[in-house]
Each structure stands twice: as C-alpha cells, then as structure tokens.
Design a protein around this ligand. Structure first.
Ligand SMILES: [Zn+2]
Length: 405
C-alpha cells in the first residue's frame, strides 16, 4: 500500500503542475503510471484509484504515418502501427462493445467485463481507408463522428486551414485575420494552441466564418482546390461503405464549431443540417453526438436540451475521465489515445482517467465549499440551473487541460 500511495502522490503532483507542457506531462505521467503495468495484478492495483469505472471509450482522429502541413501541431495523428498496437491491446485486455450495446444497457450493469468502445472524430479519410477495415478485421465495432462540411473534400476544415497557414506562412496572417474580425483582440496569438484555446472558443459562428474567409484571401489560396488536392477527408461513397465495417456514424457538427458560442438559431445549421446530411448519404440513423474539441464547457445547457429534444441517445466528450458505473449525467467521456507501448496504454486507459476523475471531484468539492462560504444564505440551496451547469461542465475547469479536437 505504501508503494501505491507514493505512486499516487507522484502522479497527482504531475497531473496538477502547470510548469510542464501538456505533451511532456503526459509522457512523464505515462512513465510513472506505466510502471504499474509490470506489477502482478496491475488491473487490481488500478482499482485502488477508483473501482467504479465502467465503459472505457477511446478516441482517435487521423491514422497516418506522417503529419502534413494540415495536421502538424494539431495533435490529431497517430501512426498506423500505434493504432494497430492499441487495437491489439484492447482486444487482449478488454471487451470491445458497440454503441448499441451501450444504449441497450444505459447503466452499465450488464455490459461485459472491461467494456471498451472505439471512436473516431472529424472526417479524416484515413479512418475509412485504414482504421475501419482494420477494426473490422479484429472484430471491433466503432463510431465515427463526422463533420459534413468536409465530405468530398469541397473545403478545408477551419482547424486544418489554420494549421496549414501557421505551418507554411507563420502566425502573422492568422493575427491579421483575427484583428479583422475582432478589433479588440489583444494580445496577439503566439502559437497554434492559442488560436484554439483563446481565440476560437470566444468567436461567434458568423465571425468564425469571416475569419476563415479573411485567412483564405490573405494567403490567396483556392480553398476548394487545395482541399480536393490533399484529399484529407472521406468521400460520400466511403461514408456509405463504413457500415460494412461495423462503423456507426455520429454527429460532430457541420463545420466543427465551438458549441459554447452557438446560439439557439445556430443549432439548425450546425447540428440538424449535419445529421440530415449524414443520414441522407448513408441511409442510416444518426443517434449520437460528439462535442467538437471535447470540452464539457461546450456542452451547454441549451445544447443538451436541443440534443435531447432531437432524439440523440448519447453525447460524447473527450476529457479523459473514467466513466462511472451509473451514469448520472447525460454524457460519456473518452480518452484520446497516444501511447506506443502496453505500459503507456495501460496508464492512459486505466490509471490517468481515474486520477482525472478523482482530481476533478476534489476540485468541484473545493469550489462548492468556497462558494458556500462566500454566498449569502438565500443563495445556498441547490437549483436546477446549478445542477445543469454542473452536468454541462462549468465546474470542471481543470478538465480543459486535456482537450483534443
Ligand atoms: Zn473534432
């Protein structure tokens, strides 16, 4: 037990320190937590950190042996070998399940031991060309959350366009485009990460489109021509063929929007239109939604209500926390897998999600105690808005550190 306490202490320190870059922190955590993998009874040791861990849901984006100017810096690419190794690890130590299995057993009581769901976000062609056939070969069902605007390579997704501009032209055109849509923008973004963590999350849908058009004009590219030339995204026929590989389609908004900025009137263009398009092309019903960028802050109360009214049966985030046995909220969380070894995969799937959940629960309790101390007595009772805010993630500030697109 002394060893486990020491291990937990080291990992907690790594999880909470802000002095280490996210990628380095993940590597350091995997090295520390991964040592557990070599100890007999490693799954039992992991349960010490939280025994009530049901569905393990893992997330991938682009499966490619090399990053391109459109993806370098986004953190969305894993190699084909990494992906296949992860699949082999999952089928060796977990029971792959489909979305239907999960929906049929909402509370996780009848799911098989260590259930695992494989998912993909965005619309990368590499999923249909490589990952889906490989999943099918290993008997692993999956869900692919697609942005309709990218289908058939008619335009670049804004994330890939920004990435391309940053890699080829630098940050100056990006800062020019930001200033053109937000006169009050200051200071300038100094990294790709700041575009996605500072600028876009506070930019309304119309301004986001204006920013995109300004970028295209500034660097003088033919957006459609470049998209067609790179063939980064899947085509309609590939979308239709996914069902053959036991891949279910899900909604990921039409343009990969930051949902916290969407107004009620934007839901039609970003969510309903995307669902109708995916269903029209594939002939299959879309019944699940993945929040772009994966943050619970984007799963607003209005969005939750809209999804519920529209008949969605599952909503997915990507904050890397363990899903509890009984789902009290309306969403499922996922782990963005990047590991290359069994020890690191064990850390990413079994150890870190438990630690993040533990950390966020402690953080929420601490926030609640602090709020209770400072609120006047008449505001201290729990209201439905507070419960909704908690469910939609406004209390889980610490989770934002684990964002992936
Ligand atoms: Zn995404």
């Amino acid at each position: 037990m002394q060893t486990e306490v020491t291990l937990f202490s080291k990992m907690s320190s790594l999880l909470t320190t802000s002095k280490i870059r996210v990628s380095n922190r993940r590597t350091a955590l995997n090295i520390v937590a991964g040592t557990t993998w070599y100890v007999p009874g490693s799954f039992g040791i992991a349960r010490v950190l939280g025994s009530k861990y049901s569905l393990r849901s893992v997330l991938f984006h682009d499966i490619s042996d090399g990053e391109s100017p459109f993806t370098k810096g986004l953190g969305v690419t894993v190699t084909r070998k990494q992906f296949e190794d992860a699949l082999k690890f999952i089928i060796r130590h977990y029971t792959p399940v489909s979305l239907q299995d999960i929906l049929a057993d909402f509370h996780g009581e009848k799911l098989p031991p260590r259930p695992a769901l494989v998912t993909f976000d965005d619309a990368y062609a590499s999923v249909s060309e490589f990952a889906a056939p490989l999943c099918s070969q290993y008997g692993v069902p999956s869900v692919f959350f697609v942005n309709g605007a990218c289908i058939d390579n008619k335009q670049l997704a804004l994330d890939n366009l920004v990435c391309y501009v940053a890699n080829v032209y630098g940050l100056e055109p990006i800062n020019c485009a930001i200033r053109s849509v937000d006169k009050a923008a200051a200071p300038e973004v100094s990294s790709l990460k700041e575009v996605f963590s500072h600028f876009l999350p506070r930019t309304l849908l119309a301004s986001r489109e204006a920013f995109r058009q300004e970028l295209i004009e500034l660097i003088g590219i033919n957006d459609g021509g470049l998209a067609s030339e790179t063939s980064l995204y899947l085509r309609s026929q590939q979308l239709r063929d996914l069902a053959k590989f036991n891949v279910e389609l899900g909604n990921h908004t039409y343009t990969h929007a930051n949902c916290r900025t969407l107004s009620l009137t934007d839901f039609g263009a970003e969510i309903d239109k995307n669902k109708a398009m995916l269903e029209s092309i594939s002939g299959c019903t879309v019944r699940s939604f993945s929040v772009p960028y994966g943050s619970s802050v984007d799963l607003t109360f209005d969005l939750s209500q809209h999804l519920q009214r529209s008949g969605y049966q599952a909503t997915f985030l990507a904050e890397g926390q363990a899903n509890p046995l009984t789902r009290t909220g309306s969403h499922l969380d996922r782990i963005s897998l990047k590991a290359s070894t069994d020890a690191a995969l064990f850390s990413e799937i079994e150890i870190l999600p438990r630690l993040r959940r533990m950390r966020n629960r402690l953080f929420s309790r601490s926030m609640a105690r602090s709020t209770a101390r400072h609120k006047p007595p008449e505001q201290m009772s729990t209201s439905w808005t507070a419960a909704a805010a908690k469910d939609s993630g406004t209390l889980s500030q610490a989770s934002r550190r684990n964002l992936r697109v």
